[in-house]
Design a protein around this ligand. Sequence first.
Ligand SMILES: [Zn+2]
Ligand SMILES: [Zn+2]
Length: 150
Amino acid sequence: MELLSTTAKRQRTPIGDYVRTRREALQLTQRELSSRAGVGGATVYRLENGVTDRLSAKTVTRLSAALNVDESEIRAVSAGQQLGAVAPKICFPCWEPGSVPDQIWNHPLARNCYRCGSELSPKCKDCGYPILISARFCPNCGKPYRASRN
Ligand SMILES: [Zn+2]
Ligand SMILES: [Zn+2]
C-alpha cells in the first residue's frame, strides 16, 4: 500500500493553476512572487502544488496586488466558481471576460450567439480547457479570453 505522496505528484487545483499561470505570465519565480506579495514562500509553493487551496483574506489581498489582478477574481477562482464538468457556453466576441455570461448562450439548444452568430463554446479556443468565467485569461494556457476586436 502506498502512503500519501504529496511531494511526488503535483495536485491540480483551479487556484493553484491560476497562480502558477499568472506568475509565469509575469515571468516571476515562486520566490520573487512571495517576496513581491509579502507572503511566505511555502504559501506560494503549497498553493501551486495543490497542497492547499485555502487562502486567508490577507493573502488574497497581497497575492492579487502582486499578480496585478482583482481580489474578486482570486476569490472566485479559489471558491472554484464555474470550473468543473459543466462549464457555461459563451460567445467569445460578445462576452466581457470576468462578467456573468448571458444565460441565453447556455441554453441546451443554443449553438450560435443570438447577437452576432458566432459559435458558442464552453472551452478555451486555444487549449480546450473549460472556461472559467470569473477569470480574464485561461487558467491552463494563460491566453486572454478576450478575442481581438475587428
Ligand atoms: Zn456574439
Ligand atoms: Zn487555454
